[in-house]
Design a binder for this molecule. Sequence first.
Ligand SMILES: [Zn+2]
Ligand SMILES: [Zn+2]
Length: 318
Amino acid sequence: MAKYNTILYYCYSTIAEGEQFAADHLKFCKGLGLTGRIIVADEGLNGTVSGTEEACKAYMEAVHADERFAKTEFKVDEVDTPSFVKMHVRYKSEIVHSGLRDPNMINPQIQTGKHLEPVDFMAMKDRDDVVILDVRSNYEHSLGKFKNAVTLDIENFRDFPAKINELAQYKDKKILTYCTGGIKCEKASALLLHEGFTDVYQLHGGIIKYGKEAGGKDFDGKCYVFDNRLSVDVNSVNPVVISTCFNCGTVTHKMINCANPECNEHFTQCDACGEKLDGCCSDACQSHPRKRVYDGTGYYVKVPQPVNVKKDKLELAE
Ligand SMILES: [Zn+2]
Ligand SMILES: [Zn+2]
């Protein structure tokens, strides 16, 4: 039996004193011995936390006991070791960065795409009048996505709004959006409605819940996650590997961060190339003086970066 749980959740609900809430919440999480990352904004909560089963249970009960978050749904995974090293709770302007100049233009608490439960999503997704839209970024959908999904060439969710005009050809279709845990879809589907799409649905609970409740059928590859697991299995029905090693082209779904901290690129790399390149994406990174020690996982605890270097691309999103 697993000793630890990793739980993923979000909740759109107005928080009045967000900054103070974040500070108090950090103390609370640390008191429970949890690790993880939580974003607090005036519009709600978004987090992944990891800890003992008891600590996670106590955490979920405490969140549910607050009437603002009473309806929060938690996606619980069993893990052998905690999925984070530290506990962070950060106050930000949005729980998932939408890239809109005025984020108040959309409000998932007021209008968002219709939620589809995993089995309903599965029943609808292959219809002729349906388009499945992956709203995640390149490094995520290159590792795994639904068969026939439309993907966008974006490095970050904040680039999503600028891509909506590319979807104009689908305006008369039913759009089914999906993401990792459902949080991005709340905004993506709201934005599609705002932009004149009329029949917009979203996969409730995202790929993670679809894997748990519907067996993950027709999801090819793995699902990228924002903790030290880097990816999780989704499909237990008809799985296939779709990603290939960035360096040699071999089929692999191993996802790593480049060992050069100033690059830190997320990419797929097979074990053989990992060994040859010390977990780096290129020869240049392999000879970089600050190269980190590759232990075979490709996951590194974030170290403070000097200013003006290429920023870590990891989105604190889901
Ligand atoms: Zn390779
Ligand atoms: Zn690199």
